[in-house]
Unconditional design. Structure first.
Length: 184
């Protein structure tokens, strides 16, 4: 009977992977800005999904459920990095800390137009919450409801965070334009 369960897990993995891998991988790349780490963590997403699939209640789509798992995997990754860099068990505050990756993003390795590059640089100055909302809403093109499901927030919190993120991005881009120089 174990073989039957293993076969079902393999089928589930292949179905989820084939259907959602591109979106999950892209989401992780935007958060982590490191292709290799995103590849490693995307595997962790599917391992966690298969282990907990029986708890999936169809309250949301499989896609938003996988994004929620990917978000948690990314948070775990950043917490590990933060703990290692501080050599302590300080709490990583997602409301105020920024999701900064020491690696250059794939976008920085490809010639982007100036405005897109500036936007991604400005996004690095946003809080972790703001960055995730912008990525989910505008890059992954999830609805406010889907974004709320992924982040396990209210729709109101998503809207407020999105509004603040957009205002911060506008301010940063205006300041950059006025200074005419690069971000620190």
């Amino acid at each position: 009977m174990k073989d039957g369960g293993q076969r079902m897990n393999e089928q589930l993995f292949h179905r989820l992977y084939d259907q959602y891998h591109s979106d999950v991988f892209q989401f992780l790349i935007y958060l982590l800005k490191d292709r290799s780490t995103a590849e490693d963590l995307s595997h962790e997403v599917y391992i966690r999904a298969i282990r907990s699939y029986e708890k999936f209640r169809n309250d949301s789509s499989e896609k938003t459920w996988l994004f929620a798992i990917a978000k948690n995997v990314a948070i775990d990754h950043f917490r590990k990095i933060n703990v290692r860099s501080k050599h302590s068990l300080d709490f990583f505050d997602w409301e105020t800390e920024q999701l900064l990756s020491p690696q250059q993003s794939p976008e920085q390795n490809v010639l982007f137009n100036e405005q897109t590059r500036q936007l991604f640089e400005a996004l690095e100055q946003c809080s972790g919450d703001q960055k995730m909302v912008i990525i989910l809403r505008y890059i992954q093109q999830l609805s406010i409801q889907e974004t709320a499901e992924v982040l396990q927030w209210t729709e109101s919190k998503v809207k407020t965070t999105q509004h603040r993120a957009i205002n911060k991005l506008k301010t940063l881009l205006e300041e950059h334009h006025e200074r005419g120089n690069e971000y620190a």
